[in-house]
Ligand binder design. Structure first.
Ligand code: PLP
Length: 377
């Protein structure tokens, strides 16, 4: 979780003094400048700031032309937003197991593809990149659009590339619990000018292209929503982005210490898809009882007790209930049942046997080492 402080307060003050809070007309162009800075940080060609990670996913799906009748492959372990987003555009989510890295299993992805599959949303949970090389190759072989849900991996890299810039589009979240925060916020990243132009259309009503950071239209307008953020949010995000590398390096240093202590004690640290980028630590046991016992230590959390991050807890999705009985993506995709609790037994088993370790980013290194040793006592 990121912190906010004096620098954010001062940045907001400057925006208020300038008098215009709308991204399109604010004289300081905070949102447009944030988008450019986010491109510099990630290497994406285009970034579009939006109101949340969920709206980033919705805009990316609309930009990619995903809708009724389409299937979108998503992992069974993720925040519910990843799975709600396809439904909001009229498509159905199809659940894919996670493997021992706790990220989407590329073999199960290949096994779940049908003639209706149009897109896949791999999720980099807990700052842990997916196996993007294999996911990109499976997706490429089947013509699937890849939209990375990088909401929990802002600033994290996979083999030197920023998570969120490897697929055709990526979604970031800047809510309270993420690597950067503005309370609520998000971004769509892409290097495809068509996706960027369509995401821009989706996020701003689609009636005109206007103001700071707006791309040239690349086709006729379609109806959009309003997912714009204000200059106040843009100003805070610019400050947060400047803090990002330092705060991730605090996380990395602490996890390296903890990992070392745990591995010396013979605990089974879950493998990473990029071993050079360890910013999220998971320990997996042989049994659920061992995981539950381990989770009693300070800084340890049992993954199975993580409520809406597990597909069996997604009540409205299991029930197949949308805002209107006529809005029925499952029927449009020729399915008579939504997601079922039996869909991904391997994922449930792994989550039952696994714990995540808090990086304890605010504690000094000696205290982190002490707490890690206690975990092994
Ligand atoms: C936080 C999160 C989201 C959604 O972000 P919001 O900004 O809360 O809408 C989507 N996917 C994952 C994996 C997340 O952790």
């Amino acid at each position: 979780m990121a912190r906010v402080g004096l620098r954010e307060w001062l940045a907001v003050g400057r925006v208020i003094a300038a008098g215009d809070l709308l991204r399109n007309s604010g004289p300081l162009q905070e949102v447009a400048r944030f988008e450019r800075a986010l491109c510099d940080e990630t290497g994406a060609t285009h970034a579009l700031a939006v109101t949340s990670g969920t709206s980033a996913l919705v805009c990316a799906l609309q930009a990619a032309g995903i809708g009724p009748g389409d299937e979108v492959l998503v992992p069974a372990y993720t925040w519910m937003a990843t799975v709600a987003a396809p439904l909001l555009v009229g498509a159905v989510p199809v659940l894919v197991e996670v493997d021992e890295t706790l990220a989407m299993d590329p073999d199960d992805l290949a096994a779940k593809i049908t003639p209706r599959s149009r897109a896949v949303i791999p999720v980099h949970m807990l700052n842990r990149p997916c196996d993007m090389d294999r996911i990109m190759s499976v997706a490429g072989a089947h013509g699937l659009v890849v939209i990375e849900d990088s909401c929990q991996a802002v600033g994290v890299r996979y083999k030197g590339r920023a998570c969120g810039t490897i697929g055709q589009a990526g979604a970031f979240s800047f809510n309270q619990y993420k690597n950067m925060t503005v309370g609520e916020g998000g971004a769509v990243l892409t290097s495809d000018p068509d996706i960027h132009a369509r995401a821009f259309n989706a996020h701003d009503m689609g009636w005109a292209y206007r103001g700071a950071g707006a791309p040239e239209p690349r086709g006729p307008m379609f109806v959009g929503g309003n997912y714009r953020i204000s200059e106040i949010q843009g100003a805070i995000l610019r400050v947060q982005l400047r803090r990002l590398r330092r705060s991730l390096s605090r996380v990395g240093k602490r996890l390296a210490i903890i990992r070392d202590v745990l591995e010396r004690a013979g605990l089974s640290v879950a493998p990473h898809n990029d071993p050079d980028e360890v910013l999220g630590l998971v320990v997996t046991f042989d049994t659920e009882a061992e995981a539950r016992a381990f989770a009693r230590h300070r800084g340890v959390h049992h993954l199975f007790d993580n409520s809406k991050h597990i597909y069996t807890e997604w009540t409205p999705i299991l029930d197949g209930r949308t805002f209107h009985p006529g809005f029925d993506p499952w029927t449009w995709a020729g399915r008579n049942a939504p997601v079922s609790a039996e869909d991904c037994p391997k994922t449930l088993d792994r989550l039952r046997r696994s714990c995540r370790i808090d990086p304890m980013a605010r504690l000094p290194l000696f205290a982190v080492r002490l707490l890690a040793r206690r975990m092994t006592a």
